[in-house]
Design a protein around this ligand. Structure first.
Ligand code: ATP
Ligand code: MG
Length: 380
């Protein structure tokens, strides 16, 4: 019988919280897999059984945060070590290999350093092309000896995503723009265990339904790594127009960002967020100098702003975006709400007193309140 055996790295370290981490991981795994597939935790391994299409299950498990390795194994029942050796006679190996034994059942009569070479000998005898290489083997034959006379034997391994199960770290609200960066920022936040809701600012009629659909597709793609939250859509035309009409052109972007953060915080608080996430990246564009980013900080009063990409290089972000398959969606050529209002020369080093003086020209609270009333939410 085939089973899939997964390891879950960092969760081991969680001491008295380990139960909560493992329960959340198992909930996320069940959500990712078809309902009739069986899942259980035994001896610090997640064991998945009762499936017909192993490839499909492995591909789904590769998108679950918290898992570090995924192995398709043959599960065999044995009464004596010889029965394991008999099974190994049928294993086909071409090239270099090593045998790794994991003995969860300490009553198994042969210690691992003695049993591993015995297993290797059987493989060598039955595979003319096989050769042992303990340093850099092409194949690792992993033999997990579980309790009650069960062994899981595998010859291949897929790397899991690592990280922590989505949900163990709380909830975030992520400002998602339709660009390359913010979906990657959301992915990294989920990787450290945050459940992510998304907020997107639109400026109809300047931004189109297609631009919004693009953002929905991005959220869905990020969400395929863990069933996260909702998308909140914020009509931002009135605020953008007021800023453009009443404030100094140089400060348009700075002020827009502050309104976005204030609204995101308000939406976040209403939906139990613990933090705000943005895709900001130091010095990437004029509005993301340290001074520009700092002026956004002071507008959020209750929630911290996390910026997972702050010190990444753009090519590192693009590399990740390609890996998580958001890149192809992000580069679709639809206009973003900021480009509609973007001034020809934004201030590069805004200082807070000037920003506040510009903001004084507007009725900040009223604009926020009116806009907040028009927020729409969408399931993903
Ligand atoms: P991205 O690649 O994600 O678009 P960016 O490098 O283009 O980011 P900016 O346009 O300056 O940078 O935006 C900085 C951050 O502000 C974005 O990463 C995102 O978190 C947020 N943001 C910008 N525009 C919007 C929007 N229309 N809706 C929601 N959040 C936005
Ligand atoms: Mg961008």
């Amino acid at each position: 019988m085939s089973v899939i055996v997964c390891s879950y790295g960092e969760i081991h370290l969680k001491g008295s919280n380990r139960g909560f981490f493992v329960r959340t991981l198992m909930k996320n795994i069940r959500q990712a897999l078809p309902a009739d597939v069986k899942t259980e935790v035994t001896d610090t391994r997640v064991v998945v059984s009762n499936f017909s299409d192993a490839k499909l299950i492995v591909n789904r498990l590769k998108k679950v945060f918290g898992l570090t390795s995924i192995r398709v194994c043959e599960s065999i029942n044995f009464n004596s070590p010889e029965e394991i050796l008999n099974y190994l006679a049928s294993v086909k190996i071409n090239g270099t290999f090593k045998v790794v034994i994991n003995r969860a059942d300490k009553n198994f009569p042969i210690k691992s350093p003695i049993f591993a070479p015995q297993c290797g000998d059987v493989i060598l005898k039955n595979n003319a092309q096989a050769k042992v290489d303990v340093q850099k083997p092409e194949t690792i034959v992993q033999i997990e000896i579980r309790h009650n006379g069960v062994a899981y034997i595998s010859t291949g391994l897929e790397r899991g995503l690592g990280g922590l199960p989505v949900g163990v770290s709380g909830r975030a609200i992520c400002l998602i723009s339709g660009g390359i960066d913010s979906p990657v920022a959301a992915f990294l936040a989920m990787k450290r265990g945050l459940t992510v809701d998304f907020v997107h600012f639109t400026t109809p009629p300047y931004t189109s339904e297609l631009a919004l659909q693009k953002v929905v597709s991005l959220c869905k793609q990020v969400n395929s790594f863990g069933n996260s939250g909702k998308l909140y859509i914020v009509p931002f035309t009135e605020i953008g127009s007021q800023i453009q009409k009443c404030c100094h052109e140089e400060y348009t972007i700075t002020l827009m960002r502050r309104f976005m953060v204030a609204l995101s915080e308000k939406i976040g608080i209403e939906h139990n967020a613990d933090c705000i996430i943005t895709g900001e990246n130091l010095a990437q564009v004029a509005s993301q100098t340290i001074q520009g980013i700092t002026t956004n900080n002071f507008v959020a009063k209750q929630l911290p702003i996390l910026r997972p990409l702050i010190c990444f290089d753009k090519d590192e972000i693009v590399h990740l975006a390609k890996q998580i398959e958001t890149y192809q969606i992000s580069i679709l050529p639809y206009e973003d709400c900021c480009t509609v209002f973007v001034p020809s020369r934004p201030t590069i080093k805004p200082n807070l007193p000037t920003v506040l003086a510009e903001e004084e020209k507007l009725n900040f609270n009223l604009l926020i309140e009116n806009c907040f009333q028009k927020v729409e939410s969408r399931e993903l």
